[in-house]
Design a binder for this molecule. Structure first.
Ligand code: XMP
Length: 321
């Protein structure tokens, strides 16, 4: 399938919304559809488009894969319920950690997440609900990066030659696939989503798994989750494109209570970018860096070292995995 990008200058958000609502209605017909809400701007926009098109024939799930940020599943469910969109939280933590056990290679982790998501979790949800369609918020950059062989974005299926109907038992509808993030923000605003959603920094589909180098265990994810809370609190006022904490695999010698502590390392990244294709680190004030190091080493158990990444994309990517 050839996808044509809709550039931001050509996007008419109101018209785009009516067109996509009509297309979703036509594709699903009188049947049911499901979608996964993660709280990011893409999946939030898709949830609203689906809700407008299908009403209660859309079943929206928040998949709690154990890789989300602190308090996220409940917070996002409450926010959508206030807008009249019911969300069911699915506890899939065990399934994801089992699928990820022992895997350290980045692309193998991404593949395990894709399979756990589409085959295991959604395979059974679709079967149980009788739905034939899955709506998801794949965007133009996701397709581009996967097809270029940079990273296997978790949500790219058809463009890699996967027939979802044959493989998983449902068709995938991707209403945002012609847009980049800046266009999706405009559509999200036109859909009436709150500002905290349409201005939200991007968050990757594989969630905190994209930020843990080495094996994913509940304990290691908890470390990066706690560091993420600090980083988001300290950097949310910097007008950056995206900011994140990464847990390294290597340990380093540190000192705690006057004794040697062979501890954990957290790397902080804070990006300037327009569309995530290229990026550069923001020039954070030294006081901010200092506060990050102070807070992370005191508030996140086991961390003795905090670094700030000064590399551009490329050759770096935004996430670590
Ligand atoms: P990278 O790390 O490839 O990230 O420079 C570019 C942008 O995409 C986000 N990202 C993802 N989003 N599924 C997604 O939906 C994924 O598998 C995925 N991997 C990275 C990343 O957070 C950044 O905004």
């Amino acid at each position: 399938m050839k996808i044509t990008e809709i550039e931001i200058a050509d996007l008419r958000p109101g018209k785009f919304v009516s067109q996509k609502v009509a297309e979703i209605s036509a594709a699903v017909g009188t049947g049911l559809a499901v979608n996964a809400l993660s709280g990011g701007v893409d999946s939030s926009a898709v949830t609203m488009l689906g809700h407008k098109a299908l009403g209660d024939r859309l079943k929206s799930y928040f998949i709690d894969n154990g890789l989300m940020r602190e308090g996220e599943p409940q917070r996002i469910r409450t926010l959508f319920e206030q807008m009249g969109v019911p969300i069911e939280i699915i506890d899939a933590k065990q399934k994801f950690f089992t699928a990820l056990k022992g895997i350290t290679d980045p692309e193998a982790k991404r593949e395990a997440i894709t399979q756990a998501f589409y085959q295991d979790v959604f395979g059974s949800l679709v079967k149980e609900s009788g739905a034939r369609h899955l709506l998801q918020g794949t965007n133009y950059t996701d397709v581009e990066e996967t097809v270029a062989g940079i990273k296997r974005q978790h949500n790219i299926l058809e463009q890699l030659g996967i027939n979802t109907e044959e493989t998983y038992g449902y068709k995938v509808i991707e209403p945002l696939i012609q847009l980049r993030k800046s266009g999706i923000r405009k559509v999200a605003k036109a859909l009436g989503l709150p500002e905290e959603i349409y201005t939200r920094p991007p968050f990757p589909g594989p969630a905190l798994a994209a930020r843990v180098i080495g094996e994913l265990t509940p304990e290691r994810v908890e470390t990066v989750r706690e560091a993420t809370t600090v980083v988001e609190e300290e950097l949310c006022s910097m007008s950056a494109f995206q900011y994140l904490a990464i847990l390294h695999e290597d340990r380093v010698t540190g000192i705690r209570n006057g004794k040697r502590d062979y501890g954990l390392q957290i790397e902080v990244r804070c990006w300037n970018s327009k569309d995530a294709i290229t990026g550069s680190p923001t020039r954070l004030p030294y006081e901010t860096l200092d506060k990050l190091a102070q807070r992370i080493t005191t508030e996140v158990p086991g961390v003795v070292s905090v670094t700030y990444n000064i590399t551009k994309k490329p050759p770096s990517t935004i996430e670590a995995i």
